[in-house]
Design a binder for this molecule. Structure first.
Ligand SMILES: Nc1ncnc2c1ncn2[C@@H]1O[C@H](COP(=O)(O)OP(=O)(O)OP(=O)(O)O)[C@@H](O)[C@H]1O
Length: 253
């Protein structure tokens, strides 16, 4: 059994006076692949941002390997929501991926040939080597997402947070991204992914975090991905059809 990588205790966060996270509490074991699910506005993005020091903590504590984020941030990778990034920034795909190495090579150093080689390798892995010198604004949404994944790969972190990497991508990109997530897990890395499609949760994730302002359930998908937990987290808006491992979930509003 792996040891706990993430400890979140009594975490709350707000925007002005609007508390959007309250008493959030969970532990995540090393080498797990967790899907973070919950309705729109549940606080999934805010949870990640708060854990990574991008949004202030109102109360509570977040630890990685028993230490603060500041002390461990080099071991942590983050893939933000595609919509939150300025894609008009004039840079090409290779540069975006090379930036993933900056934690290691330092901001002031010009990337070496070897660094560029590593970045090319990651682009290749995501099927994007032909687009290395394409401006990022001229890539499709799915291609931008692949570039982001390549950037996370070169960072070679031990823990990854990804905010909806599968949103708006086609079936082949979804497959490519899931293969990478599985590979990271096989390497013993810990991955947390905000995910919207409840139907694919049992196939994609070994753990699931049900979030709606607070944690409704966290644990092994086999144990806690139940009709009851979905109903609790989503209110009356979800309908469960089928039995056993037939997960067919419909939004009714
Ligand atoms: N910058 C902001 N200023 C004010 N309120 C915000 C801001 N960002 C998010 N919120 C609010 O905080 C709550 C949680 O938002 P968050 O984006 O974390 O939810 P989410 O679960 O990621 O949603 P979605 O699934 O729709 O992406 C929402 O009510 C949202 O309106």
């Amino acid at each position: 059994m792996g040891s706990s990588v993430i400890h979140v205790d009594d975490l709350s966060a707000s925007y002005q006076k609007n508390k959007v996270l309250e008493n959030v509490q969970f532990r995540v074991e090393e080498g797990t692949l967790t899907g973070i699910v919950g309705p729109n506005g549940a606080g999934k993005s805010t949870l990640i941002k708060t854990m990574l020091g991008l949004h202030p903590i109102l109360t509570g504590k977040v630890n990685f390997w028993g230490q603060t984020f500041k002390k461990t941030k080099k071991k942590i990778g983050y893939v933000p929501q595609r919509g939150s990034v300025d894609w008009d920034f004039p840079t090409d795909a290779l540069d975006v991926v090379t930036m993933g190495l900056y934690g290691k090579i330092g901001w002031l150093r010009t990337p070496s040939k070897k660094d560029k080689g590593k970045a090319m390798e990651a682009l290749d892995k995501m099927g994007m080597n032909a687009y290395a010198h394409r401006q990022i604004s001229q890539l499709s949404g799915g291609q931008q997402q692949r570039v982001f994944l390549a950037r996370a790969l070169v960072q070679n972190a031990d823990l990854y947070f990804m905010d909806e990497p599968l949103a708006g991508v086609d079936a082949s990109t979804e497959k490519a991204i899931m293969a990478i997530l599985q590979e990271l897990k096989q390497q013993g890395k810990t991955v947390m992914v905000v995910h919207h499609d409840l139907q694919t949760v049992p196939e994609y994730f070994d753990h699931v975090l049900f979030l709606n302002r607070t944690v409704y359930a966290y644990g092994k998908t086999d144990d806690i991905f139940t009709k009851e937990n979905i109903a609790k987290t989503y209110g009356g808006n979800m309908q469960w059809i089928g039995e056993g491992d037939q997960y067919v979930v419909h939004t009714t509003s």
